[in-house]
Each structure stands twice: as C-alpha cells, then as structure tokens.
Design a protein around this ligand. Sequence first.
Ligand SMILES: [Zn+2]
Length: 211
Amino acid sequence: MPYQMFHDLYPALAERETRCITVTSRAKLDLPTGDYFFHEMYCNDQGCDCRRVFFFVVSSVRKDVEAVVAWGWEKPAFYEKWLGDDKLNDKLDLKGPSLNLMSPQTALAPALLNLAQNLLLRDPDYVARIKRHYRLFRDKIDGKSRGKSKRGAAIQRTALGSVKTSMKKLTAESAEYAEKKRKENRSRAGKRKQNDNSPSIENMKFRQEKN
Ligand SMILES: [Zn+2]
C-alpha cells in the first residue's frame, strides 16, 4: 500500500485544511516550542479500501519530518478482517494510532504520537474531516466509473516521484509559514499577554495570501 500526500491530489483543499498545532513553552508536552504540521497521506492502491491515514509530521524547529503516525478510524475487527490474520494485525497495529515502523522517526516521535492521540484525534470535527479527505482521495484514485481506471493507473505510476517532490515542497512551505507566524506573534506579544497553557490548533493557511 503506497501512500501519497493528500496535497498532491487536492492542493487547494490541503492548504486550507491541514492542521497545525502550536506548542508553547508552558504546554509541558515534551516537545520544543514550535509549530507542528500534520500533513495527511492516504493509500493510492487502486481498488483498496484500507481506511487509514498517515500523518507526516513536520516541525518548524528542525524544518523537517519528525514522525509518521498511522491511524485507522474503523473498529479493530475491520482491520483484522481486512488483513485476514488476527496475529499479524496485533503485530502491525493497523488501527493505531501508532508510529509507522517503516517510516523515519525522530526522538520527538513518541511525544508527537501522544499529541495526535490525546489532542488531534479527540476532535470529532477533525476526525470527520479526515474521513472526508479519505473519500475524496479514494474517488480520485479509483475514478467514478471503471472506464476511468487508466487515469488512476497513471496517478499510481507517478505517485512515488510526486511524493518525494511534494514532501520537500511542503516541508519548505511549512517552515516558511511558521517563520511568518512567529514574526506576527512577536509583534503582538507586547499588546497581549499569553496565559493559555494549552497548545493552539489551527488550519495551515500558509499560501492563502498568494492566491
Ligand atoms: Zn490501502
């Protein structure tokens, strides 16, 4: 199951609806102060319906990927049935949320997994958004009808190349957005005293100004 950035197929929507969590120094989350972008990836195997998302977490601190968190929103029985092997499912933990074994992870990965589990995925609106994005993504991969399968195959063939390009691009753009936001916060800091200990959540709008 090759995974591809949601941004590859729906760039405008991804730019409006990618979640960014800002961690402040008071948040006590074992994470450096900064912005953490949860870029979404979905499976682009034609005809597959694995109902999982991979979060490709990029930080403004290192300006690079910190963790890849996998999560499935269905009940465990769905993944057992899908895999057809209970023991293998226990090992792979398809439901998660978990750190994907095959992906790059840094020392911050366990704390980011906690953040995803205890904050991000507790928000029902956000969970609904993930399911909606998955459906949109699958519709484009599989096509609305069988006749369109050639197009799906073409997308699949180019997937690996485009994943690499867009990860690089998204990483750079996340960093650019974080820098801009930091400047804004600095200029506001004198006027408003921050007394909120919890990390703030917002959608990434890093390119909206240009459009
Ligand atoms: Zn799949």
